[in-house]
Design a protein around this ligand. Structure first.
Ligand SMILES: [Zn+2]
Ligand SMILES: [Zn+2]
Ligand SMILES: [Zn+2]
Length: 306
C-alpha cells in the first residue's frame, strides 16, 4: 500500500512521495552521472539509486518491495495523455542512447530555458518544425521563432526544435505521442439492451500511476511495439468492406466441479447458418463452466475472421 501511494502520480500524490523522490535522486551510486535536476523518478526513468544499505532504510524497504513483487511498467498500449506525461530525460522506455542526449547545447537550452520536462513538453517544441512559414535556420523570423527568442531568450530555436525531434525519435512506437495509437481507431462498443458487447479496447487510460503492474513475469520481456489491431481494409490495392456479424455464444458443463465434469461450447448465428457450430471441449483444456464459455467465444472469433 505504501508503494501504491508512492507511485500514485497525479493530483492526489502524497507530499511524502515527493520528498522520497528527491531523496532517492540524491542517494545515487557514484557511477550515476545524470544531472540531479533531471532525476524525477527512478521508476519512470533509467537512473539508479542505491539499493543497498547506503539507502535510507524506509526507502530501501520501498525499493525492495517493488523488486520482490516484480513491479514494472507494463501494458499493451497507453493513452496519449499518459504517454505525454512521462519524463523525457532518461525516459525509462526510450532507446538507451537518450541518456547521452542530456548535455549538448540544445538539450541544456530545452532544460533550462524552455523548461522541458515531459514528453508532452518535447512534442510541443518539436511540432513547430512543421509549422508553415518556419525556415530551417536559427535566424528564422517566423512567429513561433520570434516568440521563443523573446519569451525564453532562446538563441537557436531551430536547433532546439531539431533536438526535441531527436529526443522523441528515441521513443519506441508505444511511447511516442506522434504514433498512431490504438485509441485513434478503437472505439467504445455501442450500448445494446439485449447484448453485452465485448469491449476490445486495449489502451491503459488514467494517470501515470496506472502504467505499473505488480507480479509481472520477468521471463517475458515487454515490447515497445504496438499490436496491429486496425482492420486492414486495403488488400492488394482493393478496398475491403468490413462486414459485421452477430454471433451468440454459450458454454455448458455437466457435473461442473466434479472429476467427471464434461463441457461443451456452441456458437449460433441464425437457423441453418454455416457458421453454427457445437463442440466438446478436449480434456486437456479442463472441463468447467469457465473454459466452456471461453472456448465458445474463441470458436466464434476464429470462424468470424474467415
Ligand atoms: Zn521559425
Ligand atoms: Zn532553445
Ligand atoms: Zn452461459
Amino acid at each position: 500500500m505504501w508503494l501504491k501511494a508512492y507511485l500514485s502520480f497525479g493530483p492526489n500524490r502524497p507530499l511524502w512521495a515527493v520528498f522520497a523522490d528527491a531523496l532517492l535522486a540524491q542517494k545515487t551510486p557514484s557511477s550515476e552521472n545524470t544531472d540531479p535536476s533531471l532525476r524525477t523518478n527512478t521508476f519512470l526513468q533509467s537512473w539508479n539509486t542505491y539499493r543497498n544499505n547506503k539507502q535510507i532504510p524506509e526507502l530501501k524497504e520501498l525499493l525492495d518491495t517493488a523488486k520482490k513483487y516484480n513491479l514494472r511498467i507494463e501494458g499493451i498500449a497507453f493513452s496519449r495523455e499518459i504517454v505525454r506525461k512521462m519524463p523525457i530525460w532518461n525516459h525509462k522506455e526510450a532507446d538507451q542512447k537518450i541518456r547521452l542526449m542530456n548535455h549538448n547545447l540544445a538539450s541544456k537550452c530545452l532544460q533550462t530555458k524552455h523548461m522541458v520536462r515531459t514528453v508532452g513538453d518535447t512534442e510541443e517544441i518539436a511540432k513547430t518544425l512543421l509549422e508553415e512559414g518556419h525556415r530551417a535556420q536559427n535566424d528564422c523570423d517566423c512567429q513561433k521563432c520570434v516568440h521563443l527568442k523573446q519569451s525564453v531568450h532562446c538563441a537557436h530555436p531551430h536547433g532546439c526544435m531539431t533536438q526535441a525531434t531527436k529526443l522523441l525519435d528515441t521513443l519506441p512506437q508505444k511511447w511516442d505521442p506522434r504514433s498512431e495509437l490504438p485509441q485513434d481507431y478503437q472505439s467504445k462498443p455501442r450500448n445494446d439492451e439485449d447484448w453485452k458487447v465485448f469491449d476490445g479496447r486495449i489502451t491503459t487510460t488514467g494517470e501515470l500511476a496506472d502504467i505499473f503492474r505488480l507480479f509481472t513475469d520477468k521471463a517475458i520481456t515487454t515490447t515497445g511495439e504496438l499490436p496491429k489491431l486496425k482492420p486492414d481494409t486495403n488488400v492488394n490495392g482493393r478496398h475491403l468492406v468490413i462486414d459485421e456479424i452477430i454471433i451468440a455464444t454459450d458454454g455448458s458443463c455437466i457435473n461442473n466441479g466434479d472429476d467427471n465434469a464434461r463441457a461443451g461450447a456452441g456458437v449460433y448465428v441464425e437457423k441453418e447458418h454455416p457458421l453454427n457450430k457445437s463442440a466438446k471441449l478436449p480434456l486437456y483444456l479442463g472441463q468447467s463452466n469457465q473454459t466452456d464459455e471461453l472456448t465458445a467465444v474463441k470458436i466464434a472469433a476464429e470462424l468470424a475472421d474467415k
